[in-house]
Design a protein around this ligand. Structure first.
Ligand SMILES: Cc1cc2nc3c(=O)[nH]c(=O)nc-3n(C[C@H](O)[C@H](O)[C@H](O)COP(=O)(O)OP(=O)(O)OC[C@H]3O[C@@H](n4cnc5c(N)ncnc54)[C@H](O)[C@@H]3O)c2cc1C
Length: 304
């Protein structure tokens, strides 16, 4: 007895389903098209199985794509990096290539859930689950990633900004699979950061997620991208905030105005984790922290 003899809480059970394990993408697509809406893709299962246990999803067919080798791995290609949809969050966090080229993605991968969950959770699952709080989405938005989606009619590349349609909804339709994510190499003198704010440091969905990148020379901002998570129905770019910084000498006044604009760009709701007002305040705080930190990093590089 682990609990002194008290009855164990009812953790719920999974509904009945048929399990299919294709070993090629073609086979997976065939099954998904054949079973249509009654089939659901399983990658790491860290979202899907919880939703099934909670009765939110009850697919008749589970299509485990984990045995399809071509969907996994990180490689340098076309002046950028390609990450297979099945690549785990820990593999991304530990990749030297990702750490050097896309520090904000490296940082976000390091704060998603716990080490154990990160060992199963995949980048594809994080994006396709389409939670407004998905940790990997804001960094991919600032790096302007492109998502390769395959279906019966062939392949299609979608900019990440067009991928999310609402909570739990993406452009992926029945019979389609997210194959890989392409991230172009950032320009010279570009710095980036991801900051996550939650009540705890681990195993916590964000109250606010901020990713920012800035191409900056002698304090002059040549390009900037700011993305927010957990403060709108989907992860978003804060474009009015970006306009407050782009082309300007970055100083405290500019950063202050950008933070105010980012709060206006956000459309948070009040929920169990935080009120909308609090989230808006935290957007200001974390956008300021992110931009200040990028400015300091560039000044340090300029100083030698
Ligand atoms: C305890 C716990 C803590 C968590 N903490 C966090 C957190 O801090 N931050 C965070 O962002 N997330 C968190 N999560 C959520 C989850 O771990 C991540 O979203 C994870 O990346 C999902 O990946 P997966 O491979 O497990 O997806 P799965 O559960 O296998 O799939 C998720 C959804 O995406 C679909 N899907 C998966 N892969 C593809 C594909 N290639 N093509 C098309 N559709 C696909 C599935 O059909 C399903 O609908 C947590 C989960 C748990 C259980």
């Amino acid at each position: 007895m682990f609990n002194g003899g008290a009855p164990l809480p009812d953790m719920g059970s999974l509904p009945q389903f048929e399990y299919v394990e294709p070993s090629t993408l073609q086979h997976a697509l065939y099954i998904l098209n054949r079973y249509g809406d009654s089939a659901c893709i399983l990658a790491g299962g860290t979202d899907l199985l919880v939703q099934m246990r909670d009765g939110k999803k009850a697919p008749k067919y589970i299509v485990n794509i984990k045995k399809i080798p071509q969907l996994e791995g990180i490689r340098f290609e076309k002046e950028g990096v390609v990450i297979g949809a099945l690549t785990t969050v820990n593999t991304i966090h530990e990749s030297k290539l990702v750490k050097e080229m896309f520090p904000a993605l490296h940082q976000a991968a390091g704060v998603l859930a716990s080490y154990q969950v990160r060992n199963r959770a995949t980048i594809g699952g994080n994006l396709c689950n389409a939670s407004p709080a998905a940790d990997l989405a804001p960094p991919l938005l600032i790096y302007e990633a492109k998502l390769k989606i395959v279906g019966a009619d062939g392949e299609n590349e979608v900019p990440i900004e067009c991928f999310f349609l609402g909570p739990g909804k993406t452009v992926i339709e029945r019979g389609m699979v997210l194959k890989e994510i392409y991230i172009p190499k950032p320009k010279e003198n570009t710095y980036s950061i991801h900051l996550k704010f939650g009540e705890r440091r681990a195993m916590e969905c964000a109250i606010v997620n901020v990713a920012a990148s800035m191409t900056i020379e002698d304090s002059l901002c040549k390009d900037v991208k700011i993305a927010l998570g957990s403060v709108a129905p989907t992860p978003i770019r804060a474009k009015t905030a970006e306009a407050e910084v782009c082309g300007k000498k970055v100083d405290e006044e500019v950063i202050e105005r950008a933070a105010e604009a980012a709060a206006k760009d956000s459309r948070p709701i009040s929920d169990i984790r935080a009120s909308a007002e609090y989230r808006r305040e935290m957007v200001k705080v974390f956008v300021k922290r992110a931009l200040r930190s990028l400015l300091v990093e560039s000044n340090m590089k300029d100083a030698g």
